[in-house]
Design a protein around this ligand. Structure first.
Ligand SMILES: Cc1ncc(COP(=O)(O)O)c(C=O)c1O
Length: 358
């Protein structure tokens, strides 16, 4: 029972997780689009296996260290969606490639392509490459159609690379300027299709974001999507972007009310070391799962400051389940999660790729 679990603890609702995985997979399968879930959200072998069992074509990782852990899930294909440049990583890339059927790497600029070429040459590997295109986030990837065409040509010119397709991370759809994520998704789609049409009709097109994934999977010409956060959901996907339902939320922080310093404030035993510094645009670090108007609005390292019109209902010693603003970094701060079905504890899972930032 939840009453016997020390707090703060991350709870994973197994049934909701399963439904979230199934729902995304079903959309992809129905439209013959591959699903390559990004494991940065969960970092757990058990969740990766659920995704693969449901039909995921492969896994997407950011870091080599994450991929090295994820191999244990039985995955055969991994896309490393990060700008690799360090020759020190050559032996690890080699060893990883040997354990997989397919290791796909990212090229994110012409200069990075040169650096990666040196790494691949040192590793004596010729690998499939996805060319990164910036579609508005402004992080990695070629700028504009011209930039993308130059980047693709660069990949095609390098002896240790084989162009597989183009990819983007449309993370800016979390804060679409019009307030409607579809406007951003349509723009991203048009940009990717324009690039594709100028390169080769056969190359693959891989957008990747939980906000747009289900819509993208239904569009002509998209070959794969790479959402990550959809497995658990958070305030960003439910309240800010209305992509998931409140009833889909699969990850919460179980915390205890440890003090009530005044009528308008309660303190939780979970602070920034649980919630991280990520907040919603309204400044919330978390909201109570039970729907009461009670929110975590400020954090110290070990205290969550809780306010809201119903905060006076909270009692010292009461346990609350809090939905975090952004779930991915929250999971990365815990060694283990408690898995529940309803109110019953059914398992404990290690966050196996926790902290694997190298
Ligand atoms: C390269 C890349 N692909 C896919 C994703 C998954 O996006 P989301 O967090 O919206 O699920 C991310 C998220 O940061 C990313 O950086």
């Amino acid at each position: 029972m939840l009453q016997n679990i020390p707090t703060p603890t991350i709870l994973i609702d197994r049934d909701r997780l399963h439904q979230n995985i199934k729902r995304m997979q079903n959309v992809c399968t129905r439209h013959s689009v591959q699903l390559w879930p990004h494991i940065k959200t969960h970092k757990m072998l058990e969740v990766a296996r659920m995704q693969l069992d449901a039909g995921a074509a492969g896994l997407c990782c950011a870091k080599l260290g994450e991929a090295e852990v994820m191999v244990e899930s039985g995955v055969r294909s991994i896309f490393l969606a990060h700008s690799l440049v360090d020759p020190l990583q050559a032996p690890r890339i080699s060893a990883l490639a040997e354990r997989l059927d397919a290791l796909i790497l990212a090229v994110t600029s012409e200069a990075q392509a040169d650096a990666l070429e040196r790494v691949l040459s040192a590793a004596n590997l010729k690998l499939p490459i996805m060319a990164g295109c910036d579609t508005g986030l402004g992080r990695e990837g070629a700028r504009g159609v011209e930039g993308a065409l130059r980047l693709v040509k660069k990949v095609q010119s390098l002896p240790h690379m084989v162009l597989k397709g183009i990819y983007t991370h449309e993370g800016h759809s979390y804060s679409s300027p019009t307030g409607n994520y579809l406007d951003t998704a349509k723009l991203v789609y048009r940009q990717m299709m324009e690039i594709k049409s100028q390169i080769d009709e056969d190359i693959e097109v891989w957008p990747g974001c939980s906000v747009t994934a289900a819509w993208m999977a239904q569009q002509e010409g998209i070959t794969a999507v790479r959402p990550g956060t959809y497995v658990f959901g958070d305030l960003s996907l439910t309240v800010t972007n209305l992509i998931m339902q409140w009833e889909d939320l699969a990850a919460t922080i179980l915390a205890t009310v440890v003090d009530r310093p005044d009528v308008k404030l309660a303190l939780l035993d979970a602070g920034s070391k649980c919630f991280t510094s990520d907040k919603t645009p309204l400044g919330l670090s978390g909201s109570l799962l039970d729907g009461r108007d009670i929110h975590v609005t400020k954090l110290s390292e070990e205290h969550g400051w809780v306010t809201g019109s119903e905060v006076n209902q909270l009692k010292i010693g009461e346990r609350v389940r809090v939905v975090p603003a952004h779930v991915c970094p929250v999971i990365n701060l815990t060694d283990e999660v408690v898995v529940i079905s309803g109110d019953c504890v059914v398992d404990r899972w290690k966050v196996a790729a926790r902290g694997k930032v190298q």
